[in-house]
Write a protein that binds this ligand. Structure first.
Ligand code: FRU
Length: 464
């Protein structure tokens, strides 16, 4: 009953907000956003019965975030999305304080989703060692739209003794031996992040099989784990919290990256200001696709979109490939269909793309130093292999510079979508995702440097 009430309340609120959408000046057009309120992690990414499904952490009633549910989009082609409302709402004692992050897995004809049922217990607690319930909950669906039969699979009592009560974000996959596996992010009592590995034959009974962590603590908590293979290389992705910030690495408050088996350093997924909690899944044609949250928890957002009643979006879907011991990320090729015409620069490299959505591509860069200037306040510069993304004044809403290294900058592709941009260096060797706030109604771009090919596109049309 509570679930139905929450769903109805959310739908009524979204309905009330709907007329605002066209008026929202900061709203992205081709990055997924909910109809109203707050979004964080992508959840339950999958391909099921002919459609892609993108669920997300959703708190519709306020842009500041609050009680978490799963919102839901689906798409046949990663270009057109249909919104299905709230897929999962907190309506049981074991998820009463939030339907937290999780994943999806197909078995036979059914789709199963697993998530963390968050519980905050009454009384005096520090919420690290006690006071928080972190339950693994399973639901099932025959059509990918309607979910039923909540089953509580694991509770705090089931986790190893070394764990605090922070254990969450189940990610399911099929192991090499054909049995199911589930990884969970954990905070150990010795203030160390870890990943718990469970095994199951039937998606109902789970047995602890092991734990991944580092010898020396790398942060106190690892959120949103993911495990997959890239050309035979085993990848463990995690989001560590509590890692000391550096000027060239780990520049944000919380990190997000991956370990390659037998290598001991975390490689960061994204060097921009706003990226966290990505999840991957396999497309029907075998591509491994990643979607992240273009935001970071506790990063102190107090910018323009809040006044419009929303906050945050997802990144575009990125195809992952393996080159030179590293994962490259590049926008899925479907997205080129969003282009609506090409604009030519003048002989000083300047161009005005009408509107606030566009794409900038420089291939075969021939100058060791150069820059792309956008809307006067945003600059992407390179000097040999050193890349900086910097914002001035209100364009960056308080953010200044992020930097990254590659051996040599050979190509740059920038996706711009009203209040978010994604910069891909060398076809995704390095990516920088950031929110930013253009001042002009059209995109003024200036490319400084020499390249074999420059392309500027306008992108139009709302995808959801
Ligand atoms: C990551 C995270 C997850 C949690 C969810 C709650 O951003 O903190 O660990 O399940 O968000 O919304």
């Amino acid at each position: 009953q509570r679930k139905e009430e929450l769903k109805k309340m959310a739908a009524a609120y979204e309905g009330k907000q709907a007329p605002q959408i066209e008026l929202q000046e900061q709203r992205a057009l081709y990055h997924l956003m909910p109809p109203a309120g707050w979004l964080n992690d992508p959840n339950g990414l999958c391909w099921y019965k002919g459609r892609y499904h993108v669920f997300f952490q959703y708190s519709p009633f306020t842009p500041q975030g609050g009680m978490k549910m799963w919102g839901h989009y689906s798409s046949p082609d990663l270009l057109h999305y249909e919104y299905h409302g709230i897929a999962i709402a907190p309506d049981e004692a074991y998820d009463k304080d939030g339907v937290y992050s999780g994943s999806a897995i197909c078995r036979g004809d059914k789709l199963y989703v697993f998530y963390t049922g968050n519980v905050k217990e009454e009384g005096d607690h520090d919420y690290i060692l006690s006071g928080r319930g972190a339950n693994v909950i399973r639901m099932e669906s025959e059509d990918g739209i309607h979910f039923e039969k909540k089953t509580c699979i694991l509770t705090n009592e089931d986790y190893p003794e070394e764990c605090t009560c922070h254990v969450r974000d189940p990610k399911l996959y099929v192991g090499e031996d054909g049995a199911y596996r589930m990884v969970l992010g954990a905070r150990l009592k010795e203030e160390k992040g870890a990943v718990l590995l469970y095994r199951s034959e039937d998606l109902l009974h789970f047995r602890l099989e092991g734990m991944y962590t580092t010898q020396e603590a790398f942060g106190y908590m690892w959120e949103c784990p993911d495990i997959f293979e890239m050309e035979g290389h085993k990848i463990l992705a995690v989001c560590p919290q509590g890692v000391e910030r550096g000027s060239e690495r780990y520049q944000n408050i919380y990190q997000s990256g991956y370990y390659v088996k037998d290598m001991d350093e975390l490689t960061e997924w994204d060097m921009g200001f706003d990226f966290y909690a990505p999840q991957t899944f396999e497309a029907p044609d075998g591509r491994r696709i990643l979607i992240g949250w273009a935001g970071v928890p506790d990063a102190g957002y107090d910018s323009n979109p809040m006044e419009e009643g929303w906050q945050h979006c997802l990144t575009v879907p990125r195809e992952l490939t393996w080159h030179n011991g590293k994962i490259y990320q590049y926008p899925v090729r479907e997205l080129t269909k969003l282009r609506e015409g090409e604009w030519m620069p003048d002989n000083t490299g300047r161009v005005t793309i009408p509107g606030k959505c566009g794409e900038i591509i420089a291939e075969g860069i021939r100058t060791e130093q150069g820059a792309v200037y956008m809307d006067s306040g945003c600059v992407i510069k390179w000097d040999k292999g050193y890349v900086t993304l910097s914002f001035q004044d209100e364009t960056g809403a308080g953010r200044s510079v992020r930097n990254a290294w590659v051996s040599k900058v050979e190509s740059i592709r920038i996706l711009v979508d009203v209040s978010v941009l994604e910069v891909y260096i060398n076809h995704g060797e390095v990516v920088m995702t950031s929110r930013f706030f253009m001042k002009q109604p059209d995109m003024d771009v200036c490319f400084e440097g020499r390249a074999e090919r420059l392309e500027f596109y306008r992108i139009g049309g709302r995808i959801c």
